[in-house]
Design a protein. Sequence first.
Length: 237
Amino acid sequence: CARRGEERPHRFAEVIQKDGGRYDCRHGMSTEPLASLLRPGGAAATLITVLQRVLGEDAEVATLGQIVAMSRDGLAAALAETGEGCLIDDDSPCNQAWHIDGPSQNDLSAQALTVFLPLCDVTPTNGATQFLLGSHRIEGADLSDEEREANSTTLYVPAGSAIAFDHQLWHRGLCNNGNCDRPVLYAIISRPIWRDGQKMLPILSGGNISVFTGEEVDPAPPFQLGFEEMATAPEHF
């Protein structure tokens, strides 16, 4: 999508405009039922044991959010409402760029997992995700986009499924050519890594200005995977 008059996407604490017609929405993740998603009794509580087996019993939920893959019509309408305009037609490329979700730790053991929880069926038309399997252990950055695509695996899954992958695995979201926006909940689950007296959790890049107040705000705090106790999140989340 090529937008007139603005090259940089919107980046707020609660919502971030991404490439590929995606919006990363973190607003409302501190309210129920989303706040209990990965706590005992939560909608995704069955994943807790599996995630702890990979990352350890002290693993933490570093980030919670929702990725919305906008339909072409939905994206055009959303941008038109802002007065920016958007050049979209059937031949416009709108796949995401290939990327990883966190920096390399130079460690073969998993340091963090990204978990996708589709809220609707993911189909060949509504923006599925392509994965370059094994690229978290090879130099995926050295491959061309053509090589990544030729060796990629695209997952089509029903609503309510769970997809977990190493946060250093190369992947990209495909264009949503369907008639409806496609929402997917996500979580970044991490080992608590201490360096120089600080806990280095893989927080996805975002803004620090609230879209509601225009003021600088703190990010939502992480919490230990599977614990009942709720961390106090800033009001804007």
